[in-house]
Design a protein around this ligand. Structure first.
Ligand code: ADP
Ligand code: MG
Length: 553
């Protein structure tokens, strides 16, 4: 009777359940899993730090619509990858972490890299379990994968002890499991559909907020149709950008602060009223704001602000219900209203206030000037990765997204260091699309070593570092006479030289007049590139009406 090894069962079951990509670092005891994964037809990408690998796996899951895997060694490997579990949970993105573990037979003895891994991972997961016998691998893989992406997506963890990975079992003892279908798409109640449309009809200053739940549910066609039918003004959350194109005439993203503050009825679609949305509370929102809330997770309804109408269901399914109901109603928000004019005027004001910075050709350059050339250069089908404080915040307003799932940033958890892993994932999953990572120098540094991964796999990622020599901002020179202030990094650090060491190409840009031509050259190079753009260490964001972090009034 033929036997099969644990490692092979893990790989084949992952492949059966739609896991096509695995990002990781090999070592004891998971080397056999990586080899088996390659034999099973899973693309394995070997990275330099488990943290980056765990970020890559979740971005790949978000981009493909099925959970993808991260493979790490026992103990410290799993601990490093917890960062990715937490980030995936916070973003509601699926991923499967496969953690090698010391053998069951050595539990409690002080084994090599022994750690209570299931306990550690549980806090950051929807599902965490140890596999105690290779014969049960099909069961556990199915549970982990399904739990990770059915309902609200999140992270799953499987603990794989050395002796289970190496266990040889008789094939006749393996019970095959069914292949997991696409996630069910529950619909909202018909009454709620009618109530939602009635609430919108009663609004004087309506606003639609499109979040990354809609991007995840692949609802772009339905949401675009809904916006076109209803003519409602909308804005997107950072990663909800592109579900409806940023350049859509009904986008009021450029008047975000006013739109949030004055709206009387808000249709919140697949977004949370968390810190990114200022909790839906005054002073950033009207105290009487009425909320229509669409979410796949019933538990989310009413968080921070009670919902007048709850649409519990899948984004794509529910918006198509709304669109069907609209054909009977034939209602749309009037073309000429005071609210529209106010929003348009505010958007114009905001544009006018940043224009001098955009036009400022002095050297060293400011953020807005750098984004002027970046914006014009970005290809239409680009995937933008972005992190860093000012780099990300200003970039969000200056770089348009016209396609869904085309922006990957620090997200709900506000994690710095995600960018390189996300870029590796995007380039792996979408080899047909350009991937551009716009990074602060600090943000880049967290996972900068992944440029070696990019070069090794010949991933033609274009990294632009907006380098102001600090976390936030820097100084022209490091002080010699006193301790270096905490957020200061090396001024004018030559990140562009690092990538040359691995076979990529580096460019240094000091004067804004050279930026455009350099970007063109970078795109033409068939491989990974760093364009190191030296910014004025004092450059900042346009003055904001409110501080970025909302506190209680
Ligand atoms: P954003 O940062 O864009 O506001 P969040 O991550 O805060 O997005 O919120 C996304 C919301 O989308 C979560 O509450 C999540 O439960 C919800 N969601 C996830 N999948 C779906 C889906 N298929 N349909 C509708 N909502 C979804
Ligand atoms: Mg910086």
């Amino acid at each position: 009777m033929a036997t099969v090894r644990g490692a092979t069962l893990i790989a084949e079951n992952l492949k059966q359940q739609g896991v096509d990509y695995m990002f990781g670092i090999v070592g004891f005891p998971v080397i056999p899993i990586a080899s088996a994964a390659q034999r099973a037809g899973i693309t394995y990408i070997g990275m330099r730090n488990e943290q980056a690998a765990s970020y890559a796996a979740q971005a790949a899951g978000y981009l493909t619509g099925r959970p993808q895997a991260c493979l790490v060694v026992s103990g410290p490997g799993v601990i490093h990858a917890l960062a990715g579990l937490a980030n995936a949970q916070s973003n509601c993105w699926p991923m499967i972490l496969l953690g090698g573990a010391s053998g069951v037979a050595q539990n409690g003895r002080g084994a090599f890299q022994e750690e209570r891994q299931v306990m550690a991972a549980s806090q950051f997961c929807k599902y965490a379990h140890a596999v105690e016998d290779a014969r049960r691998i099909p069961f556990y893989v199915e549970q982990a994968v399904r739990t990770s992406f059915y309902g609200r997506p999140g992270a799953a963890y499987l603990d794989l002890p050395d002796d289970v990975i190496l266990q040889e079992v008789d094939e006749s003892e393996i019970r095959a499991v069914a292949t997991i279908k696409d996630a069910p798409r529950p619909q909202a109640m018909d009454e709620s559909i009618e109530s939602a449309l009635s609430a919108l009809e009663s609004a004087e200053r309506p606003l639609v907020i499109v979040g990354k739940g809609m991007a995840w549910s692949r609802a772009e066609e339905e949401v675009r149709d809904f916006i076109d039918r209803t003519q409602l003004p909308f804005l997107a959350s950072p990663m909800g950008k592109g579900v409806v194109p940023d350049d859509h005439p009904l986008s009021v993203g450029a008047a975000r602060t006013l739109a949030l503050k004055e709206a009387d009825v808000i249709f919140l679609m697949g977004a949370r009223l968390n810190w990114i949305m200022h909790f839906g509370l005054p002073p950033r929102f009207s105290k009487d704001v009425r909320i229509i809330q669409l979410d796949v997770s019933a538990e989310e309804i009413g968080t921070n602000v009670p919902a007048e109408v709850a649409l519990v269901g899948d984004g794509k399914a529910v918006v198509s219900q709304l669109n069907r109901a609209l054909t009977d109603r034939q209602w749309f928000y009037p073309v000429e209203t005071k609210w529209r004019s106010e929003l348009a005027a505010k958007a114009q004001d905001n544009q006018t206030s940043v224009q001098p910075m955009i036009d400022d050709d002095s050297s060293p350059m400011n953020y807005y000037r750098a984004f002027r050339d970046i914006r014009e250069w970005l290809p239409d089908n680009v995937i933008i990765v972005s992190e860093g404080a000012n780099t990300m915040d200003i970039g969000r307003t200056q770089m348009p997204n016209n396609n869904p799932r085309s922006r990957l940033d620090a997200g709900s958890y506000g994690t710095m260091g995600v960018g390189m892993g996300f870029a590796v994932a995007a380039a792996t999953v979408h080899p047909d699309r350009p991937v551009v990572a716009v990074e602060g120098d600090s943000g880049f540094g967290f996972s900068g070593m992944e440029i070696e991964t990019m070069c090794r796999y010949k991933l033609p990622i274009k990294i632009i570092i907006l380098n102001n020599g600090g976390i936030g901002g820097g100084m022209d020179e490091l002080p010699t006479d006193r301790p270096i202030p905490a957020p200061i990094l090396t001024p004018r650090a030559r990140y562009d030289k690092m990538i040359e060491g691995f076979g990529g190409k580096g460019f240094l840009v000091e004067d804004p007049k050279d930026l455009k031509a350099t970007l063109t050259e970078a795109m033409a190079f068939d491989g990974p590139v760093i364009v190191n753009v030296l910014l004025d260490p004092k450059a900042g964001r346009k003055p904001q009406q409110f501080a970025w972090l909302t506190k209680e009034e």
